[in-house]
Design a protein around this ligand. Structure first.
Ligand code: PEP
Ligand code: MN
Length: 336
């Protein structure tokens, strides 16, 4: 349920509503907007909106019909801004996070950090724990990879995004990363999501390869319900009957998520297409469709990348991409 307080409602009035919600068995989540305080109640079933509407300071009370409550646009009609080291996702700028599929060597990650920072990316991505389809493929450098990523990022003023595959990795990763990435294969690893709900660092949640948008938002709900409201969603392509591309990047998911949820939404045209020459056009399309950010695989020598070489762009394509994105962003009223 959702209780919208009147403009100027006092703290005492808000507290009374919170106490009543708790007494009915709700978990209470508070959101402070520009004008109104919103109180989201999760959990209890039997209640009457009128009981709240008669309380002092209350503007209106609603049942939220969607199965997700805190991820719903109703909870924060104005949209959420998620801050990562001073960079805002969901604000006026489109935020680019670029880097290799995997952290490989000190030299590779240093060259990548220099390259992506120079082109205008605000964050660097790179996997140290890799979910590979085959157990014989490169599995990532682990903690050593995280250390290399952190050091290179700090030298170039970038924030760090890296994938967490298991809840046991969270304490090890916490000192090195600014954003925990949950990969497509783990979108419904509910124990991992619950644990990330207890963290106070943003989470980038990728859509599962066969997940509906509603399932994506329900997975986000697990993190939000734990009290971590800093969730970034990411459309990374879904599996369809098409075989030309690795996945089908669902561009329409961007405006759909914008309507249903307040959470920022990114697009990953690298995993979304699996083909280097398709990354630039799909990145352009995602920004034109309203994406708040992009996750792009970039490598100084993409042909020799240890993972996902076919979809990884090199320095020339990256420079071209950023130049084009500046134009598209400004055409849709945003900056890069
Ligand atoms: C990745 O970003 O490196 C990755 C493995 O992505 P996904 O989970 O979308 O396949
Ligand atoms: Mn990859």
């Amino acid at each position: 349920m959702l209780v919208v307080m009147q403009e100027g409602a006092t703290e005492a009035q808000i507290q009374k509503v919170i106490d009543k919600l708790i007494s009915l068995g709700f978990d209470v989540h508070r959101s402070t907007g520009a004008l109104h305080t919103l109180l989201g109640g999760v959990g209890a079933k039997d209640w009457d909106p009128a009981d709240f509407e008669v309380m002092e300071g209350v503007k209106e009370a609603h049942r939220i019909a969607s199965p997700y409550k805190l991820a719903s646009r109703h909870f924060r009609p104005q949209g959420s801004v998620v801050r990562v080291r001073g960079v805002e996702f969901g604000g006026a700028s489109v935020v680019v996070v670029a880097g290799p599929c995997s952290v490989e060597t000190a030299e590779q990650i240093e060259r990548t950090a220099a390259l992506v920072a120079e082109g205008g990316a605000r964050g660097i991505r790179g996997g140290a724990f890799k979910p590979r389809s085959s157990p014989y493929s490169f599995q990532g450098l682990g903690e050593e990879g995280l250390r290399l990523l952190r050091e290179a990022a700090d030298r170039h003023g970038l924030f760090v995004v890296s994938e967490v595959m298991d809840r046991a990795q969270i304490p090890l990763m916490e000192p090195y990363v600014d954003v925990f990435q949950v990969g497509a294969r783990n979108m419904q690893n509910f124990n991992l999501l619950r644990e990330l709900g207890q963290q106070r660092k943003p989470v980038l949640l990728k859509r599962g390869i066969a997940a509906t948008i509603e399932e994506l938002l329900l997975s986000a709900e697990y993190i939000l319900a734990g009290g971590n409201y800093d969730v970034l969603l990411c459309e990374r392509g879904i599996r369809t009957f098409e075989t030309y591309t690795r996945n089908t990047l669902d561009i329409s998911a961007i405006p759909v998520v914008k309507k249903l949820s307040h959470l920022p939404i990114l697009a990953d045209p690298s995993h979304g297409t699996g083909r280097r020459d398709k990354v630039i056009p799909m990145a352009r399309a995602a920004v034109a469709a309203g994406a708040d950010g992009l996750l792009i695989e970039v490598h100084p020598d993409p042909d020799h990348a240890w993972s996902d070489a076919a979809q990884t762009i090199g320095p020339g394509q990256y420079a071209q991409l950023m130049g084009q994105l500046r134009l598209i962003a400004s055409a849709v009223g945003r900056s890069l």
